[in-house]
Ligand binder design. Structure first.
Ligand SMILES: [Zn+2]
Length: 212
């Protein structure tokens, strides 16, 4: 591999890590109706607002030795693992698209950003389902609109690979079914079914890109 490819993939990995920390925040804030874009993050123990340096994924955890800079409270290792997993996920997605500057097309770039937003919404749905055992409808609608616009775009530019996009539609359908079942039963589920379907969804999307 050429050096510039390493640079691209490193940037993508960092973007994925940042995305992971955004998802952690969204999973915590969306169910309680808190703003996800304007309000700064703070330490859940001492409530001190986090500075720019505290928000750098992975590195801040290592430099602060897993502790809050202000009160010394331990930060759960789970956050670090989630950030790295999220970075790895976006990296795999980029590799599955074969992001290569020499043959970079507008289609590929649009596909990558669509995929990044799609992966983000699926990760948030997964996280909320894992924590609260329900599918967050607002995030699901966001994902559905995203898929709709992307498939519309592909059919306009005449590049729609129906086999591949059937995967997106299938999973969207599955989430809506779970959401409807949850509403009908009115009881809280015991198992995070949505979470497991999200995992299958992410694996299927990336695997399909590699295979097709
Ligand atoms: Zn603190």
């Amino acid at each position: 591999m050429d050096t510039y490819l390493y640079v691209i993939y490193t940037i993508i990995f960092i973007m994925g890590c940042l995305n992971g920390s955004f998802c952690t925040l969204a999973v915590y804030r969306i169910p309680i109706g808190k703003d996800i874009t304007h309000e700064r993050s703070f330490c859940p123990n001492c409530n001190h607002k986090l500075g720019f340096l505290d928000l750098i994924p992975v590195l801040s955890y290592i430099f602060l030795r897993g502790k809050c800079r202000y009160c010394g409270q331990k930060i759960r290792i789970r956050y670090l693992i989630l950030e790295i997993a999220s970075g790895t996920l976006l990296l795999l997605y980029a590799l599955s698209l074969n992001m290569n500057i020499k043959e970079m097309s507008l289609d590929k770039i649009i596909g990558f950003f669509f995929g990044m937003m799609y992966i983000t919404s699926i990760m948030i749905i997964a996280g909320i389902d894992k924590e609260k055992k329900y599918i967050q409808r607002s995030v699901l609608l966001f994902g559905a609109v995203l898929v709709f616009i992307y498939i519309l775009y592909l059919s306009i530019v005449g590049n729609a690979n129906i086999d591949r996009y059937a995967i997106y539609l299938f999973f969207m359908f599955a989430y809506f079914c779970i959401n409807i079942c949850d509403n009908i039963s009115k009881k809280q589920r015991k198992k995070a079914i949505g979470f497991y379907i999200c995992i299958c969804n992410l694996v299927a999307v990336i695997a399909a890109n590699f295979v097709m």
